[in-house]
Design a protein around this ligand. Structure first.
Ligand SMILES: NC(=O)c1ccc[n+]([C@@H]2O[C@H](COP(=O)([O-])OP(=O)(O)OC[C@H]3O[C@@H](n4cnc5c(N)ncnc54)[C@H](OP(=O)(O)O)[C@@H]3O)[C@@H](O)[C@H]2O)c1
Length: 236
């Protein structure tokens, strides 16, 4: 599989690392052009391109950029593709948005409207970038991950996903399983507020059953204090 990534920052590098370990081809991109990505691409062992080139390159595409930049993306090259959306809305960085703050809209729906025809799946937004590689427990015997574990195993962390295309959600769940995570399917993008910033499952290491309970326990407007999810925690 070819994974195109819009972004070359913390999330992009972590997901690229796991995709490459599992035998996929990766192209990263940024806002300044591939000439600024030579050292990074060489150290990861992937390709670098423009954002447009990464969108065309990917069988699947990961969007891992500041949320405000999502509002300027163009979707022509992404129509029909599974687009994994890792972006979170942080008002201090991205600007105030009353509907997102009230959770009557979600950042995933904003991206889906920006990219007509793209099969957007919210994923990787509810895990700290620094945890993505060390918390992975890939099931593949051929995986170069330091730890391995089967789907549903007690040492496996779960990540919540949401999207309006059920087949796209299954494809993302299969990718997560391959790189070392269980998926907990929250349903359509309109439900993705359940694992946005400050919700009970946001950036907390949880097994699948605990994540499913956290999604159910989420209540609109009841966010935990910003940053309270950052401390070290055991898988629960
Ligand atoms: N860091 C975390 O722990 C974490 C966890 C979950 C979710 N997230 C979310 O995931 C997203 C990415 O976070 P991050 O920590 O990886 O950010 P980051 O380290 O700041 O990297 C952002 C990347 O996006 C690139 N970029 C900006 N505009 C772009 C555009 N129009 N096209 C292509 N690339 C563009 C930047 O390139 P330039 O340097 O050229 O501007 C940079 O490579 C954010 O929405 C964040 O809220 C982050």
């Amino acid at each position: 599989m070819k994974l195109g990534i819009l972004g070359a920052g913390l999330i992009a590098q972590a997901v690229a690392t796991l995709a490459l370990k599992n035998g996929h081809e990766v192209m990263v991109s940024n806002s300044r052009g591939p000439q600024t990505l030579g050292d990074l691409a060489a150290s990861l062992g992937c390709q670098a391109g423009t954002a447009e080139e990464a969108a065309v390159f990917g069988d699947m595409v990961l969007v891992a950029i500041p949320f405000h930049a999502c509002r300027t993306l163009s979707g022509a090259s992404l129509a029909g593709k599974v687009v994994m959306d890792a972006c979170n809305h942080y008002p201090g960085r991205d600007g105030a948005d009353a509907a997102l703050d009230a959770m009557t809209d979600t950042s995933g729906q904003v991206l889906a409207r920006q990219l007509p025809g793209a099969r957007v799946v919210k994923v990787f937004n509810a895990i700290m970038a620094r945890d993505i590689v060390p918390h992975a427990r890939a099931s593949s015997a051929s995986s170069a991950s330091s730890a391995s574990s089967a789907s549903g195993a007690t040492d496996r962390r779960a990540l919540p996903i949401a999207g309006d295309d059920a087949a796209a959600r299954r494809q993302v769940a299969a990718f997560l399983d391959e790189i070392g995570y269980d998926a907990v399917d929250a349903g359509p993008l309109a439900e993705s507020w359940r694992f946005e910033r400050g919700m009970p499952g946001y950036c907390i290491p949880l097994r699948a059953a605990s994540m499913a309970r956290a999604l159910q326990a989420a209540q609109k407007g009841q966010r935990v204090p910003d940053g309270s999810w950052r401390g070290p925690r055991e898988l629960a």
